[in-house]
Design a protein around this ligand. Structure first.
Ligand SMILES: Cc1ncc(COP(=O)(O)O)c(C=O)c1O
Length: 278
């Protein structure tokens, strides 16, 4: 398959895809978006992603004027243009910006969205990547406070996460686990975080200031269905070191084990539960 991008319905290769310079998504990160895994010809957890897109819009006072059918038609047309076959996995990014306006921060009453769909080959972790796992730091940079820009809104304003990831890479590791202002674990830069101790899975609650991951929702309900003890709660830095297993989750990457945090190995229990989840 070939990467293709749709900008307001005009589908081109990446080098030809352009958004207007005065688009508020470009100027201010004033957009909402979803990243969805396309697998065996299906958008996985489609309803959950569309629901979250609209909830993100509500967080930023954006009224998306397009229907779900219109958004999905844009995605389908772009997937088709990539030539992807059902045995391929694709990364689908659906972005809705607040569109162009006059220069200045004020939101204008009439929104003229720009809808961008990016479809590319999915960079799914292979067995070797999965086996190697992820090395992390607990980042110095805190997650955006909920009262400033609630991480539950998946907006184009991702500089908080971009900088945390950059700092992790400068430290020579794969990713950062971000704490909130109270020193509680929130999430990784593009994934939710889970700790397992004595057979019990714990993941930070929404109060910590996280994106409510669609994969996280699936994991919690799978745990319930299979009688695994799991819940949401406060995780602190010390809990990471004390965990038998740590892993992260996101739509396109799925589940990946964390093998070290701040240079200390964590996977002592042979990734028993994360392997089952996979
Ligand atoms: C900050 C953040 N947390 C968590 C996730 C995982 O969400 P999902 O499982 O819906 O992909 C993402 C996904 O991009 C993310 O950016």
């Amino acid at each position: 398959m070939e990467t293709r991008i749709s900008v307001d319905g005009r589908i081109t290769p990446p080098g030809e895809a352009v958004v207007p310079a005065l688009d508020r998504g470009f100027l201010y990160g004033d957009s909402v978006y979803e990243v969805i895994w396309w697998h065996r010809g299906v958008l996985i957890q489609r309803a959950e992603h569309l629901g979250r897109l609209r909830r993100s819009a509500t967080h930023v006072y954006m009224q998306i004027t397009l229907t779900d059918e219109e958004l999905l038609a844009a995605v389908d047309a772009t997937v088709e243009a990539t030539g992807a076959t059902e045995d391929e996995d694709a990364y689908v990014r659906l972005v809705v910006t607040r569109g162009t306006g006059t220069l200045g921060l004020a939101v204008e009453p009439e929104e003229r969205h720009c809808v961008v769909v990016v479809v590319a080959p999915a960079n799914r972790p292979d067995a070797e990547r999965w086996e190697r796992g992820l090395t992390m730091i607990v980042g110095h940079r805190r997650r955006n406070p909920r009262m400033a820009l609630d991480p539950q809104a998946k907006t184009g304003n991702y500089l908080n996460n971009v900088l945390a990831l950059h700092e992790a890479r400068l430290a020579g590791v794969d990713d950062a686990i971000m704490l909130n202002e109270a020193g509680e674990v929130t999430e990784a830069t593009t994934a939710n975080v889970y700790a397992i101790r004595a057979g019990r899975l714990l993941t930070p609650g929404l109060e910590a200031g996280i994106l409510e991951g669609t994969t996280r929702g699936r994991i919690l309900s799978l745990c319930e269905a299979h009688g695994l003890e799991a819940g949401e709660g406060v995780l602190r830095r010390g809990d990471l070191g004390a965990a038998d297993e740590l892993f992260v989750s996101s739509s396109v990457k799925g589940i990946l084990p964390v093998v070290a945090v701040d240079g200390q190995p964590v996977a002592r229990c042979s990734r028993r539960i994360s392997l089952q989840m996979q």
